[in-house]
Design a protein around this ligand. Structure first.
Ligand code: BEZ
Ligand code: FE
Length: 289
């Protein structure tokens, strides 16, 4: 039995202690964690002060979390881990719509009827969003539940400025009709920086990175017998499409946000100025359940 360890013996010693783990999965995960963490430390050879700073960073990340702010998700997103986990769990299959990161700003939205305005309490150009949801087998996803959320024209979500919006705004739930079709009004969102007033902001600065996400609208779509879809539709031409801070962009998710000249009224709705439209078809995977 060894009771004393050095740089060359410590890793195997820690792994050996896990032989009696509660499950094979727990043993595998624990062993991989120790091996990769030790390899990281061997590579960077931190001073005691640097290791203390690393622990301070993780402590501050936890302390920044509350019921409205999840700094660990932000850390996972900005290190590309969220995109890696998404890629592992949602491989591209046929013409099924590609997924992307969930992000920290989802809350269950209020339900609206088709054609209604979910953006009345936020600022921005009037925007008409339309589309359809179908299954990869070909059928329309009648009655699909479509949750939508996005920022206002200044790049802020309702949950970041409840004092201004007075409640949930720029988010809604819509139920697709019997053809899987839907449409609704909202306000054009904008590109925005993720929150930088915490340790993740400090990390981005230290890494020489900007904090911006390209303009996008989030969609979470579910239908019986289909794999739930969590995705975005990005605005074509946005300056940050090639450098999204959370690595969420996929070519197939970029669409034109079409700007229209002044109109008084569109589909019976007073617009009184320029307005924007977006149309997109979503395909749900009904082959894997
Ligand atoms: C978002 O798009 O809402 C988001 C995603 C990842 C990190 C921060 C925000
Ligand atoms: Fe977003």
């Amino acid at each position: 039995m060894m009771r004393e360890f050095d740089e060359s013996s410590i890793t195997d010693a820690v792994v050996a202690r896990m032989a009696g783990a509660s499950s094979e999965r727990a043993r595998h995960i624990s062993e991989a964690l120790v091996r990769h963490l030790h390899a990281f430390v061997r590579e960077i050879r931190p001073s005691a002060e640097e290791w203390e700073a690393g622990i301070g960073f993780l402590t501050a990340t936890g302390q920044k979390c509350d019921d409205k702010r999840q700094e660990f998700i932000l850390l996972s997103d900005t290190l590309g881990v969220s995109t890696l986990v998404d890629a592992i769990n949602n491989p591209v299959t046929g013409d099924v719509t590609e997924t992307t990161v969930f992000g920290p700003f989802y809350v269950p939205p209020p339900e609206f009827g088709l054609g209604q305005d979910m953006g009345a309490a936020i600022e921005g150009l009037p925007m008409l969003v339309s589309g359809r949801v179908r299954k990869s087998g070909g059928a329309a996803a009648a009655g699909a539940i479509i949750d939508v959320w996005h920022s206002d024209e200044a790049g802020f979500y309702d949950v970041q400025q409840m004092d201004k919006t007075g409640g949930l705004a720029g988010r809604g739930r819509f139920i697709a009709d019997t053809d899987g079709a839907f449409h609704f009004w909202t306000r054009r969102p904008a590109a925005y920086p993720i929150p930088t007033d915490g340790p993740v902001g400090d990390m981005l600065a230290a890494q020489g990175r900007h904090p911006w996400r390209p303009e996008h609208i989030h969609f979470k779509i579910t239908a019986p017998g289909c794999r739930p879809l969590v995705t975005h539709v990005f605005a074509q031409g946005d300056a940050y499409l090639d450098s999204d801070v959370v690595f969420g962009v996929k070519e197939s998710l970029i669409q034109p946000y079409v700007v229209h000249a002044n109109a008084e009224e569109v589909q019976g709705r007073p617009v009184n100025g320029p307005w924007v439209s977006l149309d997109h078809t979503f395909v749900l995977d009904d082959q894997q359940g």
